[in-house]
Design a protein around this ligand. Structure first.
Ligand SMILES: NC(=O)c1ccc[n+]([C@@H]2O[C@H](COP(=O)([O-])OP(=O)(O)OC[C@H]3O[C@@H](n4cnc5c(N)ncnc54)[C@H](OP(=O)(O)O)[C@@H]3O)[C@@H](O)[C@H]2O)c1
Length: 268
């Protein structure tokens, strides 16, 4: 039975991906910061408990990432796929929040935590005997300058500048990768751009690893009303969103079964 680690399975895409893979015979490990919440969500959705377990991981803390990897290895399990799904989106923050190690929280959680996790777990993935080893990081159109969503200037498109903020250590008062003024919505976009660049770089550096590296846009996912009840009404409710973009609107449980299949896959 192949094993997959999915980060952030307490809600949304991660929760439903865990359910789908458990139903397909995968041994799923949910890597979650709030184990109780993740267990409640799994019970509510009815994830098969014999194919699903949860381990503690706070991606905002690099120490927690290292502890998670050690705890996983201590179980003696092999790893066949890693899905970096968890993310925070905090567009209303007035001031930057910082991780325990002192880094802006959106970039620390979405990028730095996953970056370390991927780098550490490459060793485990390489040992897998599965033909189709996978490392996947969730991306988003809003961080892709070639997409409509990536051009929206609210608060600004993703832009890493010349990594001035990283170069200066990325600790307070620095809160943006380009070293400029804090914009919480842009911090999220920047972090997802880093996610997508990480996948491309992994693919470039490890062409013979037998691992397929990919990044994907899950569509505009909502598991709150009105989407689950009235998905057909959403395009009409969003007249300003180009048709091409709202085709992806979906409930997280409808992956692969949406009204129209997603055409969006990030080129490696
Ligand atoms: N929803 C969309 O329309 C959309 C569009 C484009 C891309 N995406 C991407 O798709 C992925 C999933 O999105 P979603 O809508 O399913 O989000 P979601 O429902 O908000 O779920 C996010 C998950 O990440 C976890 N998480 C947050 N901070 C964490 C941390 N420090 N350590 C460990 N886990 C943490 C959350 O755990 P808690 O329950 O503890 O908070 C939750 O399980 C994200 O990468 C997102 O960027 C989503």
């Amino acid at each position: 039975m192949p094993t997959v680690i999915i980060t952030g399975t307490s809600s949304g895409v991660g929760l439903h991906a865990a359910n789908a893979l458990a139903n397909r015979g995968w041994k799923v490990i949910g890597a979650c910061r709030d184990i109780n919440k993740a267990e409640r969500a799994a019970q509510t959705l009815g994830i098969n408990p014999s194919n699903y377990s949860i381990m503690q991981l706070d991606l905002g803390s690099l120490e927690s990432v290292r502890n998670f990897v050690n705890a996983f290895r201590a179980t003696g399990q092999t790893l066949d796929a890693l899905v970096c799904n968890a993310a925070v989106y905090l567009p209303r923050l007035k001031n930057p929040q910082y991780s325990p190690e002192g880094y802006e929280i959106s970039v620390a959680t979405n990028h730095l935590g996953h970056f370390l996790l991927c780098n550490l777990m490459m060793e485990d993935l390489k040992k897998s005997s599965l033909d189709q080893k996978r490392l996947i990081i969730l991306g988003t159109v809003t961080a892709n300058s070639k997409e409509f969503g990536g051009k929206v200037p609210i608060p600004a498109p993703a832009d890493l500048g010349r990594l001035e903020g990283f170069e200066a250590g990325f600790k307070a008062p620095i809160a943006m990768i380009d070293g400029k003024k804090f914009k919480p919505g842009k911090a999220y976009k920047d972090s997802k751009l880093c996610n997508m660049m990480t996948v491309r770089e992994l693919d470039r550096r490890f062409p013979d690893s037998g691992i397929t590296f990919s990044s994907l846009y899950p569509g505009c996912v909502a598991d709150t009303p009105p989407l689950p009840q009235h998905p057909q009404t959403l395009p009409e409710n969003l007249p300003l969103v180009p048709k091409e973009h709202h085709q992806g609107l979906r409930h997280p449980g409808t992956g692969g079964r949406s009204r129209r299949p997603s055409r969006r896959r990030w080129p490696i």
